[in-house]
Design a protein around this ligand. Structure first.
Ligand code: ASP
Ligand code: MG
Length: 472
């Protein structure tokens, strides 16, 4: 059994939902063949149609500002878009029923929005109720579309399936209760050979108050549901081929990373590898369930597999990444030589101004750190100057090479540093995990450094490797 999660662009319009159906059908056929009988599942988790969550949050803001006309117009647009997408439901009776369901959801949204516009206040609780509509709507359309195309499906109300705490807009799941809820609302569908379709991102408290798991939370939903049911694999269907060996805007011809460990993916997340946030798949990884990132527009591409551990390959590195807009702060105090308490005093300053520190390097008398949030930098510098000399240098960038291979090969770190050639390196840091080597260079050197690193460590993959991994 697998969980297949389809992101916003993979349900964006009629064509996207048609691709989704072909992908689900292929999965079902493959599974039936394997099992030598009737197919069970898959479980389908969907995002809102792309852009809809943003629009709904906009509606909430309009209501909060008392702009009832604006909010109503936005809802009308959204309703029209869903009606158009519902064309994908080719069975007239099923389509009529779905249009009625959609109308019901929009009527309720209008009532809520009208009340909030009078109050001129939208609490996080009502934000969640409004935002959740996106996934409720998309999941209803997809369930009906599957049914209309001979893929027997059942709509699952996410508010009955995923039980969370009451932390609105960032709710955390209660796993035992969610497992019990899934047994009640998903298991019977599976047992009768149907495909459960559930909206991601959405849950509810024990008392039935609607919550959301945070932006991008549909991946989290897929991982939670997969972990609770102990599925064999979670597939994240999106609009890119997977995680890349580097940023395509900087490096020529980056390649898809075929297999990445969870820890490696976590290191890369900071550098804006936006495909998915590793924290959201943590529940799956904790249960050793593989997660696969796949492209719904190129269903045969092999994608990227993420697992807790990864078998070693001949590839020393997994990816190289960079982050611009970084400031280095150098803090020096000879008075502090051999004195205790210097570091704790120093970091308490950054803490007081709620400014995260990323790379840190130290010597006996000086410490260099990088920050990317410089809003409080003048205050921070002033506070540090009470006990140290401070200088700052902006327009810097962090460059990072990630790979479990760094743990195995002690010479690799040196080779990474040499690969950038004559690019001046400002700081170097190698984390205790030794899964990455991180250094700081001038922003203007990023393209050169990253390209040189990529060229040195990522020779094009042999064609046979990608053909062997092709999926059906
Ligand atoms: N629709 C939600 C969002 O846009 C959740 C998701 O797509 O994962 O944040
Ligand atoms: Mg997403």
């Amino acid at each position: 059994m697998v969980v297949m999660k389809f992101g916003g662009t993979s349900v964006a319009d009629r064509a996207a939902i048609e691709r989704l159906m072909a992908i689900v059908r292929a999965q079902r056929q493959a599974e039936a063949q394997q099992e030598g009988g009737d197919a069970r599942g898959p479980i389908v988790v969907v995002s809102a149609l792309s852009g809809v969550t943003d629009r709904l949050l906009g509606v909430a803001a309009q209501a909060g500002a008392g702009d009832i006309e604006g909010a109503r117009n936005s809802l009308r647009d959204l309703h029209q878009r869903h009606i158009a997408v519902a064309e994908v439901i080719t069975d007239a009776a099923l389509r009529a029923q779905t249009l009625e369901d959609l109308a019901g959801e929009f009527e309720e949204l209008e009532r809520i929005v009208a009340a909030l516009a009078v109050l001129r206040e939208v609490s996080p609780r009502w934000m969640d109720t409004i935002a959740a509509a996106g996934e409720i709507l998309s999941s209803r359309v997809v369930a009906a579309a599957l049914n209309a195309h001979a893929l027997p499906a059942g709509w699952v109300d996410a508010r009955r399936a995923v039980v969370t705490d009451g932390e609105h807009q960032a709710a955390a799941p209660h796993f035992p209760e969610t497992t019990a809820a899934l047994m009640t609302c998903v298991d019977p569908l599976l047992a009768s050979g149907r495909i459960p379709v559930v909206g991601g991102f959405v849950g509810a408290t024990r008392d039935g108050v609607t919550t959301t798991l945070g932006r991008g939370g549909s991946d989290y939903s897929a991982a939670i549901i997969g972990a609770c049911l102990g599925v064999a694999e979670i597939q994240i269907w999106t609009d890119v081929d997977g995680m890349l060996t580097s940023d395509p805007r900087i490096v020529k011809d980056p390649q898809v990373v075929p297999h990445i460990s969870f820890a490696e993916a976590s290191e890369l997340a900071y550098f804006g590898a936006k495909v998915l946030h590793p924290a959201t798949i943590q529940p799956a990884v904790a249960r050793n369930i593989p997660v696969r990132i796949l492209n719904s527009k190129r269903a045969n591409a092999r994608g990227t597999l993420i697992t807790a551990e990864r078998p070693s390959t001949d590839r020393p590195l997994t990816a190289v990444a960079s982050k611009k807009g970084v400031t280095v702060v150098d803090i020096t105090s000879t008075r502090m030589l051999m004195a205790h308490g210097f570091l704790s005093r120093l970091f308490s300053v950054f803490d007081r101004f709620k400014t995260p520190v990323d790379v840190v390097t130290t010597s006996e008398v000086s410490v260099s750190v990088t920050v990317d949030d410089t809003r409080h930098l003048p205050d921070i510098v002033q506070a540090l100057q009470a006990f140290a000399d401070v200088s700052c240098e902006g327009d810097m960038a962090i460059v990072c090479a990630v790979g479990d291979g760094l743990q195995r090969d002690p010479s690799l770190a040196a080779r990474v540093l040499t690969s950038v050639g004559d690019v001046p390196i400002r700081l170097v840091s190698q984390a205790a995990s030794r899964r990455n080597i991180t250094f700081v260079i001038r922003e203007s050197d990023v393209a050169t450094a990253l390209s040189r690193m990529h060229e040195s460590f990522f020779a094009p993959y042999p064609v046979s490797a990608s053909v062997a991994g092709t999926r059906g």
